[in-house]
Structures are given as C-alpha cells and as structure tokens.
Design a protein around this ligand. Structure first.
Ligand code: PEP
Length: 251
C-alpha cells in the first residue's frame, strides 16, 4: 500500500526569517493532526540548516530543490548530495521543468543526478511532464515515456523503492491551470504501466507517483483520490501554511 507524499517546493522564495515563520506556522497547524501522508518541505539552500532544527520532533521532513552529481570540486554555485545530507535532507527534487527549461538540464544530466542521489541515500523526487505544445500535438505519452525511460536509465529494481516520481505537466505549473483529475490519472496510469514494462508489476505498484501543477486546497482532494495519484508536489500553494495544510488534509 503506497503512502501519499505531499511535498512543498518553495522555489526561490523565502529568506531566512520568512522561512522560520513559515515552518513555525506549519508546525503549529499540523501539531494536533493525525496525518494520512508524509509531508516534505523543500526550502532554499540557505534555510536548510535552520529548517532541520525547526522540524525536529515534528512530522515534517526536509528536501532540497536540486543538487549536482559530483562529490566536490570546481563546480561554482553547485551543491553535492553529501552537503544536503549534512543539513538533514532526506529528499531532493530532480528534473523539475524549471531546471530543464531555464537551466538547460538534459535527460542525461538528470539521470546522473538520480543515480548519485540514490547512491547517497537521498530520495529523488524525479519530475517529468509535457509542455502545452507537446500536449496539443498529441505527443504527451511519447514525451513522458522518453523522460521517464532516460531519467531512470540504469536504475535497478531494488533501487525503485527509493525514488518518488512526479508528473508535472509544464502547462499547469504556476499557471493556475490544473490538469483535471482524469487527465492526470490517464498519465499516471500510463507511467505505472510503463514502470511495469521496465521493471515488473510489484515494483510498479510500489512506486509513489505525485502530481504537480497548480495544486490548491480546492482541487487537491479530487486529484489525491485518483487511483494512481499518490501525492502532490506543490509550488505556489505551499508558501502559506494555511493552504499547504489544507492540501495535506486532502489526503
Ligand atoms: C512546482 O513548482 O513543482 C509546481 C507544481 O508549482 P505550482 O504548484 O505553483 O504550479
């Protein structure tokens, strides 16, 4: 039985004091609640160490928004898996569409990062999804298949327990346009079948596949109760404790 995971991708928002306020708000709002899902927050790097202290003795877990695949060295501006672990990260978002489109990340680079994260015992939240143009020209399944196959190249059956997938149609990210529950479910089911072909049914059935793209308190419940949607990767709506908690309550 898959346990849902709700992860908040803060992107390049919240300085240190704003981060402290948001985490404090989340902690107090979640304190007395019995959660049906795992909750992850992915603040900017500068807040991770402080966040680690703040989430201690709460149900909130910590993730980062990106990392590089090398261990150390002359990679100005980059951050390694071990560095993320040293500040308490358990998860790392990889292959987000903003990394692919703004920073030119390729499937090959993302695959290297996926391997590095798994070997370092960080759980990748591996993102993929089609653009509006790709959807409108009926290429959604081809694009998703390529990104998933290439992103997971060389990942073993046994390692699939340590990875989360996130279907994020690019046209729905930060636009206010959400995929309908049926549109999202169609792609999630396709990906689950693809994982069955790549691995086997047991492995495919065990993988958490999140949906991301304008998830809000008013659409979360329906999306989160589709058979193959196992959680959400949330951008805009995770920046306010109240809306993030409402989404968590939708599990
Ligand atoms: C995201 O950045 O992963 C995302 C889904 O953003 P939003 O919820 O704002 O669409």
């Amino acid at each position: 039985m898959r346990k849902k995971v709700i992860a908040g991708n803060w992107k390049m928002n919240m300085d240190l004091s704003e981060s402290i306020n948001l985490i404090s708000g989340l902690k107090s709002a979640l304190k007395e609640k019995k959660l049906n899902c795992n909750v992850v927050i992915c603040p900017p790097y500068i807040s991770l160490d402080t966040a680690r202290e703040l989430v201690k003795e709460s149900d909130i877990e910590l993730g980062a928004q990106n990392m590089y695949f090398e261990d150390s060295g002359a990679y100005t501006g980059e951050i390694s898996a071990e560095m993320l672990k040293s500040v308490g990260c358990k998860f790392v978002i990889l292959g987000h569409s903003e990394r692919r489109t703004i920073f030119g990340e390729t499937d090959e680079l993302i695959n290297k990062k996926v391997h590095k994260a798994i070997l370092s015992k960080l759980i990748p939240i591996f993102c993929f999804g089609e653009t509006l143009e790709e959807r409108e020209s009926n290429r959604t399944f081809d694009v998703v298949k390529k990104q998933v196959v290439e992103g997971l190249k060389g990942v073993l059956h046994s390692q699939m327990e340590s990875i989360i997938l996130a279907y994020e149609p690019v046209w729905a990210i930060g636009t206010g346009k959400t995929a309908t529950p049926d549109q999202a479910e169609e792609v999630h089911k396709f990906v689950r079948n693809l994982l069955e072909e790549m691995y086997n049914k047991e492995t495919a059935d065990g993988v958490v596949i999140q949906y991301g793209g304008s998830v809000k308190p008013d659409n979360a419940y329906e999306l989160l109760h589709m058979p193959n949607i196992d959680g959400a990767l949330v951008g805009g709506a995770c920046l306010k404790a109240e809306s993030f908690v409402k989404i968590i309550e939708g599990c």
